[in-house]
Design a protein around this ligand. Structure first.
Ligand code: UD1
Length: 441
């Protein structure tokens, strides 16, 4: 079934007839980047199943379910959308290469495996379309906790005699991945672990609250010092994940690029304050209330500068979408990408739609154009795909976007949601839900 779905996707495309203002309400799903580590953290539980509520229907969830199954756990999708993970009987410690190469998040199997079984064998994630993406800080965290880690035949391998031991870990740079892996491993260590220069992303906080429900003792998540007091055992629990701030941000930018008026239900202002600030600077009206954020445009927009940074700075995962918006705004905008060295893959495709963007190292210089024009474009990574769709919504004529397999990693029911806001958009394959996880184990 999977091969069929992937084959269909490779041939599929999306057609967008642009130039329509988006209006109405859109509801965001649960956060992919919160569900991903939580599905793997569920392997820390010696007993009981974990029910992850509000898990989005995305191919990444499908692939992570395969990782958990390869290690002996079970994953099931309930009819209400919840994912149920039971890893009380783990049978393996090796993540197969074919699974790991599909998504980098599989490196997060390492922390739970190390804590629970005393060893892990996880393929060294290769580079990807957006950059090199090393894992030296993940390794630094495991070694601080007493593990021996080596790289053999393309695998990162780790083992520890007895239990991990709590320690002080200082990260040389702010890494979401390394913070998450070390935090998960430390929950079952003997004694106290202190992570300094920790990532403060909302997904780190959500993982910490899931771990605490399981019986862990994690304090300070959301600040740059996280303190974890190790416990003897953890149990499966039910957890509802936070809404996806990147999906929310993408719809907020969709409203702005079409000069529309959209209420993004479940968007959380505290998770999106940098985007709200930058949209306001550009002249967009942004109003937040307790259940969401409304974005509307009633005046000429102006060029701005922005720099991607770890949270609460501007998220790199919204850089491509914001760049797409700025190609339609008069004047010169300057974007600096500080997190990933190769995250301008969308620019050459946007140029084919008439965008005027120059890249100099990590900086993009964007000259706003009067109008984007339709073209056939191909997405090379998840957020680049979103940027192309947004540009298609703004462009005159019919834009065709291929590379939808990237889009389906991070946006569920995108065409349905955009259509409900008034977009003219269709998909050749007419299916957006990865089929395998619906009910199947
Ligand atoms: C996560 C998100 C991704 C987001 C990124 C930054 C998931 C599944 N992915 O990725 O969508 O774009 O955070 O917000 O949640 N680095 C090192 N050594 C390490 C680890 C990281 O040098 O050991 C570098 C990376 O190359 C990058 C920077 O640190 O330049 C930030 O990476 P990190 O925060 O770890 O990103 P991910 O966890 O991979």
């Amino acid at each position: 079934m999977r091969a069929d779905h992937t084959e269909v996707l490779l041939l599929s495309n999306m057609k967008i007839r642009g130039g329509r203002r988006l209006t109405g309400t859109v509801r965001v799903d649960g956060a992919k980047n919160a569900v991903s580590p939580i599905m793997l953290a569920a392997m820390l539980a010696e007993s009981g199943e974990s029910t992850i509520e509000d898990a989005p229907y995305l191919t990444d969830m499908d692939h992570l379910a395969d990782v958990v199954r390869a290690l002996g756990g079970t994953v099931e999708r309930r009819s209400n959308g919840a994912l149920v993970v039971d890893a009380s009987h783990l049978t393996g410690t090796t993540v197969p290469y074919e699974l790991a190469r599909k998504l980098r998040a599989s490196i997060w199997a390492a922390g739970p495996l190390l804590a629970r079984t005393g060893q892990f064998h996880v393929p060294l994630p290769g580079g990807c379309n957006i950059g090199e993406r090393p894992v030296d800080q993940h390794i630094k965290g495991f070694e601080a906790l007493g593990a021996t880690v080596s790289i053999e035949h393309g695998y990162v391998e780790g083992h520890v005699e007895g239990r991990l031991r709590g320690a002080r870990v200082y990260f040389d740079l702010v890494s979401v991945g390394a913070t998450i892996n070390t935090m998960m491993a430390a929950t079952l260590a003997e004694g106290v672990t202190v992570i300094e220069n920790a990532a403060k992303e909302p997904e780190v906080v959500d993982l910490a609250s899931y771990l605490n429900k399981m019986g862990a003792c994690v304090r300070g998540a959301g600040t740059d010092i996280i303190r974890i007091e190790g416990v003897e055992r953890l149990e499966g629990v039910t957890h509802t994940v936070i809404p996806d701030r990147i999906e929310a941000g993408t719809y907020m930018i969709a409203a702005a690029i079409t000069r529309g008026d959209v209420y993004v239900e479940r968007a959380i202002y505290n998770h999106l304050s940098s985007l709200c600030a930058k949209l306001r600077e550009a002249g967009v009206t942004v109003e937040d209330d307790i259940t969401g954020i409304r974005v509307s445009v009633d005046r000429e927009l102006r060029a701005i500068d922005l720099k991607t940074l770890p949270h609460p700075g501007f998220p790199t995962d919204l850089q491509a979408q914001m760049l797409a918006l700025l190609t339609t705004v008069p004047g010169t905008s300057i974007i600096t990408e500080t997190l990933f060295e190769n995250r301008y893959m969308h620019v050459s495709e946007l140029r084919r739609m008439g965008a005027d963007v120059k890249i100099e190292g990590r900086t993009a210089i964007v000259e706003g154009v009067r109008e984007l024009t339709s073209a056939q474009v191909n997405a090379t990574d998840l957020r680049a795909a979103a940027a192309l769709v947004l540009s298609g919504l703004a462009a005159e004529g019919e834009t065709t976007v291929s590379g939808l397999e990237h889009l389906d990693r991070g946006y569920s029911r995108l065409t349905e949601k955009l259509r409900a806001l008034g977009a003219h958009i269709t998909r050749s394959d007419d299916t957006e839900i990865p089929l395998r996880l619906v009910g199947a184990n």
